[in-house]
Design a protein around this ligand. Structure first.
Ligand SMILES: Nc1ncnc2c1ncn2[C@@H]1O[C@H](COP(=O)(O)OS(=O)(=O)O)[C@@H](OP(=O)(O)O)[C@H]1O
Ligand SMILES: Nc1ncnc2c1ncn2[C@@H]1O[C@H](COP(=O)(O)OP(=O)(O)O)[C@@H](O)[C@H]1O
Length: 616
């Protein structure tokens, strides 16, 4: 099995999107022979001396209107290295809503620009939407380079302008490629026309770009879709709750809380379509049986006791207005649909409208019209269980429905779950006897280095420690190896050399953050003793405390958990150089703390806190 990359394309109407997609499909031999024959015939009939690849995609497109794509079309192609699903989103300005739909599930966005015309509003708009929707990788494809005589200067001008714009977005990886989709230059193979271009062609980039798991497997969120009532009296205690796991891994035995009521209970069993399962993760549809007879209804959410979303009636969100008629303005009421919960909501305030070209925030704006984006404060009649979109796209997104027409009026992404002034009252603030005062801690940076196999629990424990420290007023920050591989370390793989470099960067970034006064929680496999020793030495040199915490979870346990399905893939040979399978892990000999899997993540986190407290 090869990995899957979901990508979205967008550009202005004539930027050559269809040709590019056609080229990718054609050159990866995904186009059926007979379709090709038909296209070649039509091209010849039209007097073209080349195969018009736009016809391939146009021929497959279901909905078209006056030559403008008006809906999202998904296409599929594969190479021996990867499978791809392309959301072909419309380039016409009217259709931001389709672009949002197509891009919302993408991991990478290709922004296509015509080299003759340079960046259009649409190019910026799409890059911006992609960043709002959490897309981490962008490719700027400067197309039609043949029409500007492969002018290096022109390409660099467009590239630099785009990079300057993208630098202000929350996107970690931007790659630019000069190409000609029509002639196939720099699409699949490197073109002889661009000797001045140091990078590679588009397809190899798409095949190799490192995409870490995009499923959130940390925060258990199970929105209840419906209640399955017992059929007979004998099973009266076996009411179960059906739904789709939105995030996290849910297992029998888990202590859970039912929100918004806040009552807690334990998961007794999780049933899949063919019977009980030992764990459920997104997007599995399961039913959950719990130990206590408590009131749970549709729209409630099950979460882990120690890891809860914000339960709130007021929050801030970015919305994209999609209604053809009517505008968004403060004071209006809508129906808000969030996971399985539907509630009444009022727009309390339009905080600002975003200009997608300049990223300017217009605080004087009073309305949002079709295709406009803005930041709003919303208040709901009953509470919602929210996470910020950046952390959890399932529980961080919603739609607004016009109660009159029943049409979708806006798509929204939760940005801040509680107004800043209310933060102290967060249900996530875990009360804890402070070991030192916040003032003592402030300014004194240090690093806790969590090492262990993939799935040993490094991230799970680190995020709990982070939350506990923050609730104690101690600035803390998790540096997760896996996450950093999206951005800073996106150029690195898993060879010994790349891991060395990955570890070197992590150690330096940790030391910088420690210098700024943070308690840095590094969560990275860090397989070699040498890696950990260098990180410790670097910290010692700079006068920062360093704690090595070993997640001593045996390989068999990690493999059984396999939270990202990577072990299975490593065993099948699909991933190579996988730590513990065909790449070494040297267990620490004298770690500052050793955590074994008989401890729950919460207990483990507390032990780390005790360790930090002891050495104050
Ligand atoms: N071949 C191979 N080997 C190990 N890990 C792999 C590999 N391929 C992908 N992944 C995923 O990348 C995460 C490990 O990255 P790190 O930066 O922590 O690794 S290292 O410290 O440089 O060894 C690791 O994340 P965690 O599971 O959180 O440890 C994996 O999800
Ligand atoms: N005692 C435990 N400590 C930490 N994680 C545990 C424990 N028991 C089960 N788990 C589960 O194991 C998985 C560990 O994954 P993760 O924290 O991402 O590991 P890593 O960051 O080391 O790859 C999570 O799904 C977590 O819920």
């Amino acid at each position: 099995m090869t990995t899957l990359l979901r990508l979205a394309t967008a550009g202005s109407v004539d930027d050559g999107k269809s040709t590019l997609i056609g080229r990718l499909l054609y050159d990866s031999k995904a186009v059926m022979e007979d379709q090709l024959a038909a296209v070649e015939r039509t091209s010849q009939e039209r007097g073209s001396d080349y195969t018009d690849l736009a016809l391939v995609t146009d021929g497959l497109r279901s909905e078209r209107e006056q030559g403008i794509t008006i809906d999202v079309a998904y296409r599929y192609f594969a190479t021996p290295k990867r499978k791809f699903i392309i959301a072909d989103t419309p380039g016409h300005i009217q259709y931001t809503r389709n672009m949002v739909t197509g891009t919302s599930t993408a991991q990478l966005a290709i922004v296509l620009v015509d080299a003759r015309h340079g960046l259009a509003e649409q190019s910026r708009r799409h890059a911006f939407l992609a960043s709002l929707l959490g897309v981490q990788h962008i490719v700027l494809a400067v197309n039609k380079m043949d029409l500007v005589d492969w002018d290096q200067h022109r390409y660099e001008e467009i590239r630099d302008e785009f990079h300057a714009f993208a630098a202000r977005l929350d996107v970690h990886d931007v790659t630019s490629i000069p190409l000609s989709a029509l002639h196939g230059d720099n699409v699949v193979t490197k073109s002889a026309h661009t000797p001045w271009y140091p990078g590679g062609a588009l397809l190899p980039h798409l095949e190799d770009v490192y995409i870490a798991g995009d499923r959130n497997l940390v925060d258990v969120r199970f929105p209840v879709q419906y209640v399955i009532r017992p059929q007979t009296h004998e099973h009266a205690d076996h009411r179960s709750y059906a739904g789709t796991v939105a995030s996290g891994v849910l297992r029998p035995g888990d202590d859970i809380v039912v929100l918004p009521s806040g009552k807690s209970t334990r998961v007794v069993a999780v049933d899949g379509p063919t019977g009980p399962v030992t764990e459920a993760f997104p997007p599995m549809a399961v039913s959950v049986r719990v130990a206590d007879d408590i009131d749970i209804s549709r729209g409630d959410l099950l979460a882990r006791v120690a890891n809860q979303p914000e339960v709130t009636r007021q929050f801030e969100a970015t919305v994209c207005w999609m209604a053809d008629d009517g505008v968004l303005e403060a004071g209006r009421d809508y129906v808000l649909k969030h996971t399985t919960r539907t509630v009444r909501a009022r727009v309390v305030e339009l905080n600002y409208r975003l200009d997608v070209n300049t990223l300017h925030r217009d605080k004087t704006a009073t309305t949002l019209a079709l295709n406009e984006l803005g930041r709003v404060t919303l208040r709901t009649r009953t509470p919602l269980m929210l996470d910020e979109y950046a952390r959890n796209s399932a529980t961080g997104s919603f739609i607004l429905i016009d109660p009159e027409t029943n049409a979708t009026a806006a798509a929204g992404m939760v940005r801040a779950t509680t107004p800043v002034a209310d933060r102290a009252a967060s249900p996530n603030a875990v009360p804890h006897r402070s070991l030192v005062t916040a003032a003592d801690r402030l300014g004194k940076g240090r690093t806790v280095w969590f090492t262990g196999l993939s799935g040993s629990g490094k991230s799970s424990v680190a995020v709990l420690v982070e939350r506990k420290l923050l609730s104690l007023g101690c600035p803390a920050y998790v540096l997760d190896g896996d996450n950093l591989r999206h951005g800073l370390n996106a150029d690195l793989g898993f060879s010994r050399t790349d891991r060395d470099e990955n570890q070197r960067r992590l150690a330096h970034v940790a030391a910088l953050l420690a210098d700024s006064g943070q308690t840095v929680l590094v969560s990275a496999i860090s397989p070699m003793a040498e890696h950990r020793a260098s990180a410790r030495a670097l910290h010692a040199e700079r006068g920062f405390d360093f704690y090595e915490v070993f997640l001593d979870t045996p390989l068999a346990d990690c493999e059984r958990r396999d939270p990202k399905g990577l072990y299975a893939r490593a065993r099948s040979g699909e991933i190579t150089q996988f730590t513990g399978i065909d790449s070494p892990y040297e267990p620490p000999v004298g770690p500052d703390l050793r955590l074994t899997p008989d401890r729950s993540p919460e207990e483990a986190a507390q032990l780390v806190l005790d360790l930090l407290g002891r050495s104050e």
